[in-house]
Design a protein around this ligand. Structure first.
Ligand SMILES: NC(=O)c1ccc[n+]([C@@H]2O[C@H](COP(=O)([O-])OP(=O)(O)OC[C@H]3O[C@@H](n4cnc5c(N)ncnc54)[C@H](OP(=O)(O)O)[C@@H]3O)[C@@H](O)[C@H]2O)c1
Length: 286
């Protein structure tokens, strides 16, 4: 199977390229330099040139507050850009696996299953939902994998929640962490393997895949502090409303992963294990 991964310079894109390479798959990455999602012609040219059977589309503008501020760019990159990917793949007869987010939900009543109706409360969520519709509308073979709060080790990538926390706490800096944001944090290496397994299983439609534990950000932060032997007193509990973020966040979020578990025959990696593996990778052991 010839696999193409968009967002090759990103956190998940890098994990996917490594995981597929380890399996001996014929895999190639596409970066923003080759295909700018805001420019349909470059997307088309890069995909036609790569000649994929499957495209895992991870590329996106992932700055949630940035998307709220610059809605035009968010629309061009995350909604229109994904539509270009879906349409080009339809022409090429290639399957698309699109990585989406819990931000399509409002966070009133999580965790959410695949059948729950989306109701985004921020512009990033609206644009990712538009991307989902474009992908699912382009072919019945396509797959959307919704996930949330990715963490894990990665060099030269946008710092994720856990890596950022490790950096701040190990420098003795105090952090303000929300006690009212719930969800299941997802170990990125586990998600990458799951995406490849879902592909192998011939999965299509909508599937949720996220971590095995349903915690608040505050609980996650305490676990990180314990894991690295940092002072838990550096973690200051606050409400999300005190953080002054531009975009609203779904509070009681989370994703039910029963469908994926049934297909894959295993549970997603829990936070403690993911954290241990992250620390091992940071030490160069993973
Ligand atoms: N991270 C999370 O917690 C999370 C949670 C749920 C869902 N997701 C979804 O998972 C996917 C991967 O997330 P991630 O954490 O790996 O994101 P990331 O580290 O921010 O990587 C995003 C990738 O998209 C590329 N990109 C950005 N703008 C682009 C454009 N205009 N044209 C082409 N490529 C562009 C980036 O390229 P540059 O390196 O050049 O900027 C980078 O390679 C995204 O679709 C995201 O919506 C992420």
């Amino acid at each position: 199977m010839r696999l193409v991964v968009t967002g090759s310079t990103g956190f998940l894109g890098g994990k996917l390229l490594r995981a597929a390479g380890k399996r001996g798959w014929d895999v190639v990455g596409i970066s923003r330099r080759e295909a700018d999602l805001a420019d349909g012609e470059t997307v088309r040219r890069a995909l036609v040139g790569a000649d994929p059977e499957v495209v895992v589309h991870t590329a996106a503008w992932t700055d949630v507050d940035g998307c709220e501020r610059d809605r035009d760019r968010a629309w061009r990159v995350n909604a229109e850009g994904t539509r270009y990917v879906a349409e080009t793949c339809r022409e090429l007869g290639a399957k698309v696996v699109y990585v989406s987010t819990d931000c399509v939900f409002d966070g009133e009543a999580g965790p959410y299953g695949e059948g729950d109706p989306p109701h985004p409360i921020n512009y990033y969520g609206w644009m990712k939902w538009a991307g989902e519709l474009a992908v699912l509308g382009a072919s019945e073979e396509n797959l959307v994998v919704r996930t949330m709060v990715l963490y894990g080790w990665g060099e030269g990538v946008r710092p994720n929640f856990v890596l950022w926390l490790m950096g701040e706490l190990s420098q003795g800096r105090a952090v303000r962490i929300a006690t009212d944001q719930w969800g299941n944090p997802t170990f990125a290496d586990d998600l990458a393997e799951a995406i490849l397994d879902l592909l192998e299983a011939g999965c299509r439609g909508m599937v949720h895949y996220a971590g095995g534990d349903f915690w608040t950000r505050y609980e996650m932060a305490l676990e990180v502090a314990q894991g690295i032997g940092a002072d838990e007193g550096l973690i200051r509990p606050v409400k999300t409303s005190q953080l002054g973020q531009v975009a609203k966040r779904p509070l009681r979020s989370g994703l039910k992963t029963w469908t994926a578990e049934r297909v894959l025959g295993r549970r997603p990696v829990g936070f403690r294990e993911g954290l241990e593996r992250t620390m091992a990778q940071a030490r160069g052991e993973g």
